[in-house]
Design a protein around this ligand. Structure first.
Ligand SMILES: [Ca+2]
Ligand SMILES: [Ca+2]
Length: 339
């Protein structure tokens, strides 16, 4: 069944359906390499740098602190973590370096792994827009991997209606927090952990890694069904739809195809793509605008050692993409064209 495109809508005409029958429509979408979330701040949690992190023992019978270690990590060598305790503990970890929330849709994402006594021991996260004077409850802003349903018992934190990450996450998961309400402000974060006085796997706990602030780019598309016999029925996907990763894993990383060079950059009258490879291969070379509009394209068949010249006289100055497609994948490079 073909879809018709109408602006930002895709439409399928289903026709008649018998009562009780089901129809599944699947489609795939591609996002341009230039569209992605903007990285605002990234903390790899590799070291206990005292001007960024603060660890605080609050109270309890066991004086445990969050520590940087290689015990459980999401990436790199280390992560922050704290072990469960079978005597009472309350202990906090602060990221005290303020992060300015640029953009319209700033979010915080952190990777974490937890395995605690379900609904009894656990932790939660708070943010502050006044450098730690007041701490804000962001429970309604967690939009992926939120807290456990039903909260945590009162006596662990002695705070009514406490929600928490509790139970088992089964490895590292990514929690996303929508901070758009605080856009433009500086923010600091803290993670609070507590255990009651009994029942704990003291070999496990809560581990936090890869703290990332981004101005989010996402596709949050509403799907609607219209039918003759009634009003439209519409629904949105959960988790704010499709999240597009920040560009350090996309275009800025500029993955290379060995033996292929694009030069000069910036370019003026000509741009060259030089292929210097012993194995013959097919290529499609395309110069596109940032919006993905193709301005020049050429196919090469069985190319080995070859230089392709792209004329730029008709191209206005600006930032462009050179896209080289082969059996090995797509290699995209940003090029600046000067007047
Ligand atoms: Ca790490
Ligand atoms: Ca416990």
């Amino acid at each position: 069944m073909m879809a018709t495109q109408n602006g930002d809508q895709l439409q399928w005409t289903i026709g008649n359906m018998a009562a009780g029958t089901e129809l599944e429509i699947t489609y795939s979408l591609a996002t341009s390499v230039v569209h992605g979330s903007d990285l605002l701040y990234y903390q790899p949690c590799e070291e206990d740098n005292i001007d960024i992190w603060l660890k605080e023992y609050v109270d309890g019978a066991n004086q445990l602190f969050f520590e940087v270690s290689d015990y459980k990590v999401n990436s790199g060598t280390n992560a922050w973590g704290i072990l469960n305790s079978d005597t009472t503990i309350r202990s906090n970890l602060y990221l005290i370096e303020p992060v300015t929330l640029n953009g319209d849709k700033p979010i915080l994402r952190f990777s974490h792994s937890f395995n605690t006594e379900y609904r009894v021991d656990g932790g939660f996260v708070q943010v502050s827009t006044d450098y730690g004077v007041n701490w804000l409850d962001v429970r309604d802003k967690l939009f992926r991997e939120p807290y456990a349903l039903g909260g945590i018992q009162y006596s662990t934190f002695s705070v009514p209606n406490t929600v928490a990450f509790t139970g088992a996450s089964d490895g590292f998961i990514d929690t996303y927090i929508d901070l758009s309400e605080y856009a433009g402000q500086d923010i600091v974060v803290r993670w609070l952990f507590a255990c009651d006085g009994n029942t704990a796997d003291v070999t496990d706990g809560w581990f936090i890694d890869d703290v990332t602030f981004m101005d989010m780019y996402n596709y949050n598309t509403e799907a609607c069904v219209s039918f003759d016999q009634g009003a439209d029925f519409c629904d949105l996907p959960g988790g704010k739809g499709t999240f597009v990763e920040h560009s350090t894993t996309g275009i800025d990383q500029e993955p290379t195809l060995e033996g292929i060079n694009v030069y000069p950059n910036p370019a003026q009258e000509q741009l060259y793509v030089n292929i210097d490879r012993a194995t013959p291969a097919d290529y499609q070379i395309t110069l596109t605008s940032l919006e993905g509009k193709a301005l020049w394209t050429q196919q090469l068949h069985g190319a080995t050692y070859q230089t392709v010249q792209i004329p730029l006289q008709q191209t206005t100055m600006g930032l462009y993409l050179i896209k080289i497609q082969s059996d090995e994948g797509v290699f995209v490079k940003k090029v600046v064209i000067k007047p």
